[in-house]
Design a protein around this ligand. Structure first.
Ligand code: NAD
Ligand code: MG
Length: 396
């Protein structure tokens, strides 16, 4: 039977890669709904090529979209707006699969709505799990949602774990089924070999040019500061029910091994492949079966050398800030994430320098009161308050 798909964030890098896979398998998947925040002309292209029944845009873009559609002579789909629209296409009865590919905290409520509605949820929006960890994991257990990681590292870990690992009840942060350790790989980003004074001078353009992956601006900057790896560490702890000391970050500059799982008998399993997000997207769409993609098989002879290094946490403090936030728990990961979103936005607008990003995050974490994160209200309040605090540190 054809599976119907909603893509939250269809105009983004992950959204576009998802469309590529749907286009290759029209007999198995159909786009039911899609959301976009800006770039209405690109959304019109999606409507032309995939004829979704529903689209979601911000209220202030709805008229613009209508007039673009009129000019193009295309049939107008149902147009919903804002967060209510996103929640509607995440939880609609007609939808089987939700690709959560909005960037940042804006993805929290729609992603959670998809999990609560028991969908197959392809999780790219790591920030939503960082913020709502226990609530989202519990919601998946309650609703029977399949929460499948699209982040390449977590998808790799998932592929290397025993098949039923995601459905296990958590065991107080202990690995189960003979697993002993997760090795979370990191490319090290474009500035891995920069010294401190070079780092202080890097520009948004340099930060957005990742050596191995082509991604949206925010995650590109996060990859350069290693905050992406920090957020992924928290993501891994929630997804796989682990205390943070069971996750070791390994810098692997070639991005060929996407992560590894070690077992008590001395085995280490790794997932390898060319760095293209279409592979983890196809895997999460079809699991436990497999879908063909355009991604070529790995030429191991062309990648004869694979290197591994320790991360430099002095030059890149964000990784330890994230570890610390997860250890503190409650709303602290939300505070970390909110401060980082504010700092990255300010860096992209050239209001602060690259090395100020961790400083803003650190200062915000120290100045913020954290609470337990038992309810969504506590999380949303912490997100709001941390943004106010972080903005105060943008002025030098
Ligand atoms: P992107 O910036 O390319 O796209 C983001 C999408 O979200 C766009 O469609 C945009 O319209 C929408 N959006 C932005 N702000 C919004 C808001 N306030 N409300 C509603 N929609 C909004 O980002 P991306 O690189 O595709 O990343 C998306 C998510 O996937 C992020 O959480 C990122 O961490 C994660 N991820 C991305 C990659 C990658 O290779 N790009 C890999 C792993 C995980
Ligand atoms: Mg990743």
């Amino acid at each position: 039977m054809i599976q119907t798909v909603s893509i939250l964030g269809v105009t983004g890098s992950i959204g576009q890669s998802t469309l590529k896979i749907l286009q290759q398998h029209p007999d198995q998947y159909q786009l039911y709904a899609a959301s976009a925040y800006s770039r209405m002309a690109e959304l019109v292209d999606v409507i032309r090529n995939f004829s979704p029944k529903v689209v979601v845009v911000p209220q202030h873009q709805a008229d613009h979209l209508q007039s673009l559609l009129k000019q193009s002579g295309l049939a107008v789909p149902e147009i919903l707006t804002d967060e209510a629209g996103l929640i509607a296409i995440s939880s609609a009865n007609e939808v089987d699969v939700v690709m959560a590919a909005i960037v940042g905290a804006a993805g929290l409520l729609p992603t959670l709505a998809a999990v609560k509605a028991g969908k197959r949820v392809l999780l790219a929006n790591k920030e939503s799990l960082v913020m709502s960890g226990d609530i989202m994991m519990q919601a998946a257990r309650d609703s029977g949602a399949l929460l499948l990681p699209v982040d390449s590292e977590h998808n790799a870990i998932f592929q290397c774990l025993p098949q039923d690992y995601l459905s296990l009840e958590p065991s107080q942060g202990q690995p189960q089924k003979g697993v002993s350790q997760i090795l979370l790989t990191a490319s090290g980003g474009p500035f891995r070999q920069f010294n401190a004074s070079e780092l202080a001078k890097v520009t948004p353009e340099q930060a957005c040019k990742h050596p191995n992956w082509s991604m949206g601006q925010k995650i590109s900057v996060d990859s350069a500061t290693l905050m992406n790896k920090g957020l992924e560490l928290i993501e891994a702890c929630h997804l796989f029910g682990l205390a943070e000391h069971f996750v070791t970050v390994v810098v692997h500059p070639q991005s060929i091994i996407h992560s590894m799982v070690q077992y008590v008998d001395g085995s280490t399993l790794a997932q390898l492949g060319n760095p293209d997000m279409c592979t983890p997207i196809a895997h999460a769409l079809a699991w436990p079966t497999r879908l063909s993609t355009h991604v070529p098989a790995l030429d191991v002879f062309a990648h004869a050398q694979l290197d591994f290094e320790q991360p430099d946490t002095e030059k890149f403090p964000c990784l330890n800030l994230a570890r610390q936030a997860f250890r503190v728990g409650g709303t602290m990961p939300t505070i970390l994430n909110a401060a980082n979103e504010i700092a990255v936005e300010a860096f992209l607008k050239r209001q602060i320098g690259f090395t100020q990003i961790p400083q803003v995050v650190d200062a915000t974490m120290q100045a913020s009161l954290h609470s337990s994160a038992d309810t969504l209200e506590q999380i949303l309040q912490a997100d709001h308050d941390a943004r106010v605090v972080a903005r105060q540190y943008l002025v030098n």
